[in-house]
Write a protein of this length. Structure first.
Length: 256
């Protein structure tokens, strides 16, 4: 295969990532599988072309990143950062699982090459290689730290399931928050989006750092408010946390 043919495949794969950036808004229990299947169908022709070619996996991985970077360069600084993060999530949770689902040695090599090419460019924004089945099953079997961000944070801190913090948060959720006019809707929204947020966090190699930041910036102040008996402040911070994490990891959420 000549370089132009390899570049054409790389361009098509990059386009699949970029035109499906909104896939990260569908990393939920109900939406992930159909979103993945639609994405997989969208990039099937490029992956078929790759498998039928003699393209170097390493070279193709780098070419995909070059194609993505070329589009980033056309954006402003803030939009560029947002697009890079969106592309990282689509790569890690959609494109690479779609590649690995082919279950061939070349597919595994391409997945590893894409991971390596990304991490060479962005050593502070690494991600792990995952499979579609582990993500989909994770939603069903609650592998993402029981689907609760508070539980994930406390487990990272090696606290037991009946620790003071989790007990206080559960009492707040089942008591004060559930009694509020918007309480049921907020709780339902959290249950729907928390697994996707955790899926994005846990694919990162710096997941403990990210979870600690959630504790310091959101959960610790919320817990301290509960200790003071200030449940309204805890609710405000709780909503802010959910909205912030939705925007950061899923590209969704509205201002509080």
């Amino acid at each position: 295969m000549n370089e132009q043919e390899s570049l054409a495949i790389a361009s098509e794969l990059a386009q699949c990532v970029q035109k499906n950036r909104d896939c990260r808004t569908r990393i939920t229990k109900e939406a992930y599988v159909p979103a993945f299947e639609a994405f997989e169908a969208d990039c099937a022709s490029a992956l078929n072309a790759f498998e039928q070619s003699g393209a170097s996996e390493t070279a193709l991985g780098e070419q995909v990143l070059q194609a993505l970077a070329a589009q980033w360069q056309t954006l402003g600084k803030q939009e560029q950062a947002l697009s890079q993060e969106a592309d990282r999530i689509v790569l890690a949770l959609f494109l690479i699982p779609a590649i690995r689902r082919r279950e061939t040695d070349r597919a595994e090599s391409l997945a590893a090459a894409l991971q390596s090419a990304w991490q060479t460019r962005f050593p502070q924004s690494r991600f792990q290689l995952v499979r579609f089945e582990s993500i989909a099953n994770g939603f069903q079997k609650k592998l993402f730290k029981a689907c609760y961000i508070t539980t994930a944070v406390c487990r990272m801190q090696e606290k037991p399931d009946d620790c003071a913090e989790l007990t206080a948060f559960r009492r707040f959720r089942d008591g004060y928050l559930a009694r509020q006019p918007d309480g049921d809707a907020l709780i339902a929204e959290y249950y729907e989006t928390a697994p996707g947020i955790l899926a994005c966090i846990e694919l990162c190699t710096d997941a403990p750092v990210r979870l600690d930041r959630i504790w310091q910036e959101h959960l610790k102040p919320c817990y301290e408010a509960l200790i003071r008996g200030d449940e309204q402040t805890c609710k405000t911070r709780y909503v802010q946390m959910v909205r912030t994490l939705q925007r950061e990891y899923l590209g969704t959420g509205v201002d509080c």
